[in-house]
Design a protein. Structure first.
Length: 169
């Protein structure tokens, strides 16, 4: 999660300066922002956004690189679906005060549509994915790097990135 205040203190510049720099980075297609999901609009505005790099190859950590890859595909897909008029789609993340988090929530026409959790390697369903899938009554997809993986249980599935991302072509 991104904290404007924390970064401004580290760099010894004002919060508006940090926000201005990030706006420039967005316009230059270096980063993009994903906002938190909340049923209450004011609550989501107050929560911190997540920023991702368009060029995720610059990241060293394989987990962050993989999450950024999935974020990029989902961001492009939701933008395309909206631009083509299929539906009004948006990409968010879920993070609660007690620390429960799911990487991505895709909304369709302002309603939760499906959840996505990115994991480098895990053949067990994420507890948070299961929890939010039940709470929101939407499918949960856990995308993993392990090739040729597929496992389904009720409203949840674990699928390898090579299989899942092939559906975006």
């Amino acid at each position: 999660l991104f904290s404007y205040t924390s970064l401004s203190q580290d760099l010894k510049v004002s919060v508006p300066t940090i926000q201005s720099w990030l706006a420039i980075f967005e316009k230059l297609y270096i980063i993009y922002k994903i906002s938190p999901y909340s049923k209450k609009i004011m609550r989501s505005i107050q929560k911190r956004p997540k920023y991702y790099l368009w060029d995720w190859s610059q990241l060293d950590n394989i987990g962050k690189k993989f999450e950024n890859l999935i974020a990029s595909h989902l961001y492009k897909a939701t933008t395309l679906w909206t631009d083509l008029g299929f539906a009004n789609c948006s990409l968010h993340y879920i993070h609660t005060r007690d620390g429960k988090e799911v990487d991505f929530l895709v909304r369709k026409n302002n309603q939760p549509w499906f959840l996505v959790e990115a994991k480098v390697s895990n053949n067990h369903f994420s507890k948070q994915l299961r929890y939010f899938s039940q709470q929101l009554e939407v499918p949960g997809i856990q995308v993993v790097m392990d090739p040729d993986t597929y496992k389904k249980e009720n409203n949840l599935c674990i699928i390898s990135a090579d299989r899942w991302l092939g559906h975006f072509e």
